[in-house]
Each structure stands twice: as structure tokens, then as C-alpha cells.
Design a protein around this ligand. Sequence first.
Ligand SMILES: [Ca+2]
Ligand SMILES: [Ca+2]
Length: 83
Amino acid sequence: MRDRTTLDYVKPSAEERGRLREDFDFNDLNHDGRLTLGEFIRFMRSLDEDLTAEQCQIGFDEIDTNRDGVIEFEEFVAWSLGK
Ligand SMILES: [Ca+2]
Ligand SMILES: [Ca+2]
């Protein structure tokens, strides 16, 4: 039975997940399965080199929904599908 009181992540297709996994792994420079703020800033600046550290920090905090200071793959997926 599904628990209807919790908000499920939108379930991506296997293909979509695979693509996001590649993006995630590409940006996970030390391959520990998590994006740190430093890794995230590099990623954001590869998209827009004019972004400030503050703007990156704000984006990082939005994605890091469980507030543990790193972006896990599931958070990355949720963000990618939700934006
Ligand atoms: Ca990492
Ligand atoms: Ca997190």
C-alpha cells in the first residue's frame, strides 16, 4: 500500500534516470555519490560562468532538501524533474 500522506518523488523513466545518473556522475568529481557545494558550484558555472557563489549557495540549499550539506542523487533527480 502506498502511503498517501507522503509526497512521492515524481518517478522518472529508466531512460530519464540513466541520463540524470550520467549528469550526476559527471559532476561528482571524486565519485563518492554525493555533490558537495564545491562540486555543485563547478557544475553551475559550467552552465553559466557569471553565477556568484551566493547564487550557487541558494540553488544548493534548494536542492539539498534534507539539509545534510550534500546533494544526493535522489535530490538531484527530484530537482531536475521539478524545475
Ligand atoms: Ca562528490
Ligand atoms: Ca542532501
